[in-house]
Design a protein around this ligand. Structure first.
Ligand code: FAD
Length: 357
């Protein structure tokens, strides 16, 4: 019997030739997010990723450090080299003491215009999201936010930035073809952080911030550190225990919290638990919540929908507890217990307590 004709494979869309004036843009840059003397770890995750991209392009990797003199900038510069930078661009100015969009966007835009990197990566933290949008708008270039994968297109040498779309049901890969630099943000813990090489060092290029206080619309009257010490530190926790709708009642969330306590872990949950007010929004795991990369993730009564999966599948080990043997979470969990979470969670807590006694 004659086989039905196969539809012809769709030709790959042609990548456009880069306009002549943009060909001068070279090298991969990572914005080093320094706030009140401390570097956000997402910067070193991106530096590791940036190293891979720079090597694929056979170009340099540079870090950009912005901050007030003497408040952690020296340490940030040194560490940028340890995590893989070949060069560091440094702008020190008292106006950069507290994060404000105007001076940070001006400093970063000016350094980019002066040195012309082809790729600029920032963490999708609160600060990074604000700064990336402001800088991309000023530079009139493309920004792909919340990427889950970065690669170099072998034909065009363009950054192929992949991110979830349509509510997480599809992944799309975006390339900036007619502008430079190509900008992308990546959420904390999406990329793995490499081990630092403390022997690495390199040249520091100093740039100036050409701005006065009068030109800045926002004024910092006082800085009050976050007093909420209960703020969840999910993204960087070693062990995370989470609950989902399978817990059935808000009071059963206590079973998750108790197991987390005996394990010295953080606790979290799926999005419906936030919507129902069982947990606070800073404890939501998933596409619209936190991305986690713990050594162990225990998910109890969570179905494993794609929007939840993208936030937790980077865990080294996933233990799923679900009464439905066909729950999607068992497709990506490393260990599974089919059963009632309301019985299994207290049994695990008691077992850990006993071992520790
Ligand atoms: P359900 O899907 O209802 O699953 C409950 C599970 O519990 C079931 O598998 C069931 O078999 C099991 N169960 C029932 N009783 C027991 C028991 N006694 N013991 C053990 N297991 C039991 N979700 C997120 O989590 N994070 C996000 O960031 C997120 N972002 C989203 C963004 C968008 C744009 C959209 C559209 C959705 C998003 N969601 C997100 C929602 C997501 O699609 C799912 O609806 C949600 O993850 C389901 O939560 P759940 O697994 O707790 O509940």
């Amino acid at each position: 019997m004659a086989q039905p004709a196969r539809p012809a494979a769709k030709p790959r869309p042609k990548t456009k030739e880069l306009p002549e004036h943009l060909k001068a843009y070279r090298h991969v840059w990572v914005f080093v997010e320094l706030e009140h003397g401390r570097v956000h770890p997402v910067s070193w995750e991106l530096m590791t990723e940036g190293r891979r991209l720079a090597d694929a392009l056979s170009v340099e990797l540079a870090g950009v450090v912005l901050g007030p003199p003497g408040d952690g900038t020296d340490q940030a510069v040194a560490e940028a080299f340890h995590y893989g930078a070949d060069r560091v661009h440094l702008v020190e100015d008292p106006l950069l003491a507290h994060y404000r969009t105007d001076p940070y966007a001006k400093a970063l835009t000016d350094v980019v215009n002066a040195h012309k990197p082809e790729i600029l990566l920032l963490g999708a933290s609160t600060l990074g999201r604000d700064l990336a949008g402001a800088v991309a708008t000023t530079l009139a270039t493309g920004l792909t936010a919340d990427c889950t994968e970065l690669a170099i297109d072998p034909d065009s040498r363009a950054l192929a930035a992949t991110r979830p779309t349509f509510g997480g049901s599809l992944l799309c890969t975006i390339m900036t073809q007619a502008a430079r630099p190509q900008m992308a943000t990546v959420r904390p813990r999406v990329m793995a952080m490499g081990a630092p090489d403390r022997s690495r060092t390199g040249p520091v290029v100093r740039d100036r911030l050409d701005m006065t206080e009068e030109a800045i619309a926002t004024k910092v009257l006082d800085f009050i550190p976050d007093a909420d010490t209960n703020q969840a530190q999910l993204a960087y926790a070693d062990i995370v225990v989470a609950g989902g709708l399978g817990l059935q009642k808000p009071e059963n969330m206590r079973l998750v919290v108790e197991l987390a306590e005996v394990l010295g872990a953080e606790y979290g949950g799926s999005r419906p638990l936030v919507q129902k007010g069982w947990i606070t929004a800073d404890r939501q795991i998933g596409q619209t919540g936190k991305t986690i990369r713990p050594r162990l993730y225990i998910a109890a009564g969570i179905s494993g929908a794609i929007q939840h999966r993208v936030g937790c599948e980077g865990a080294d080990r996933i233990l799923a507890i679900n009464s439905d043997p066909n729950a999607p979470i068992f497709d990506f969990a490393h260990h599974g217990i089919v059963g009632d979470a309301l019985e299994i969670l207290p049994a695990l807590t008691a077992a850990v307590r006993q071992r520790r006694a």
